[in-house]
Ligand binder design. Structure first.
Ligand code: 0WD
Length: 255
């Protein structure tokens, strides 16, 4: 039997076919899940709908900018109407101004700090709040983080601090939602060339270092993250919550 047969899962954060969220969607879809996608604004609507029509026809697709409470409520109300319940949610969303990513962290503007926290960390709290009433039979929430939360990584700056907050959110949410049998976990992925990664200076150099130093001597592929998300969405991970799982070919253990 497919591991995710009859599971209904929302995927937030597909921007294009390179998005980690898309890699996750592929793993979950192949395991039999029924998927709903949310996209950020008209800018991405056409591209995301086209991807879905080509590869996962019949999946739900609704607009949701996570900075808008109104759009969040609207999106989950559509999902409630169409599905009635929810088993899982993938949060694969982050944003920071490129000017706040390089240079000295100490120069981070108030606005830039606030924006990175709002979109990259607070949004997990907001979407979990919307998802919880729909997870009537328990559920699994998975978000995406990066090593820059644990260690100082050049050109990650304000996003590293936002990821640290996101990982703390995972623990507090896991504690709140645990009694409802809802698990909350994060995947800490190694660097992958996506649209978001384009904002990080010297990204190719980072990839070269990983190829040389990671125990498995290769960079992370979105399908590796996708398969870990599949595990976290399935009953196989039923005893795991509040956890950060590294999917980085072991790079985080190297100093
Ligand atoms: O190396 C990497 N690519 C890693 C990414 C390593 C480890 C973690 N991550 C994380 C990112 O920080 C993010 O949380 O994975 C998540 C997904 O990132 P991605 O797949 O690398 O990047 P991308 O394909 O750009 O998806 C992120 C998307 C946005 O894309 P763009 O590029 O258009 O900003 O987050 C979404 C949007 O689709 N997003 C929003 N969605 C709803 N409301 C918003 C928003 N306000 N802002 C950004």
């Amino acid at each position: 039997m497919d591991l995710l047969e009859k599971k209904r899962i929302v995927i937030m954060g597909v921007a294009n076919q390179r998005s980690i969220a898309w890699g996750i969607a592929k793993s979950l879809y192949e395991a039999g899940a029924e998927l709903a996608f949310t996209y950020q604004g008209e800018r991405l609507e056409k591209r995301v709908k086209q991807l879905i029509d080509e590869h996962m026809p019949g999946s739900l697709c609704v607009e949701c900018d996570v900075t808008s409470d109104e759009q969040l409520q609207q999106a989950f109300s559509v999902i409630q109407q169409k599905w009635g319940y929810l088993d899982g949610l993938v949060h694969s969303i982050a944003f920071a101004k490129s000017t706040d990513l390089d240079g000295d962290f100490v120069q981070t503007s108030r606005d830039g700090y606030h924006l990175a926290q709002e979109i990259s960390a607070y949004s997990l709290v907001a979407v979990s709040r919307e998802a919880q009433p729909l997870m009537k039979n328990g559920g699994s929430i998975v978000t995406m983080t990066y090593l820059g939360s644990e260690k100082v990584i050049a050109n990650y700056n304000v996003m590293g601090v936002a990821k640290a907050a996101l990982e703390a959110n995972v623990k507090y949410l896991a504690n709140d939602l645990g009694p409802h049998q809802i698990r909350v976990n994060a995947i800490s992925a190694g660097p992958i060339k996506t649209l978001a990664a384009k904002g990080v200076k010297n990204f190719n150099t980072v990839l070269d270092v990983i190829k040389e130093k990671a125990p498995l001597r290769r960079t992370t592929d979105a399908s590796e993250v996708g398969d870990t998300a599949l595990f976290l969405m399935s009953h196989l991970s039923r005893g795991i919550t509040g956890e950060v799982i590294h999917v980085d070919n072991g790079f985080n253990i190297i100093s």
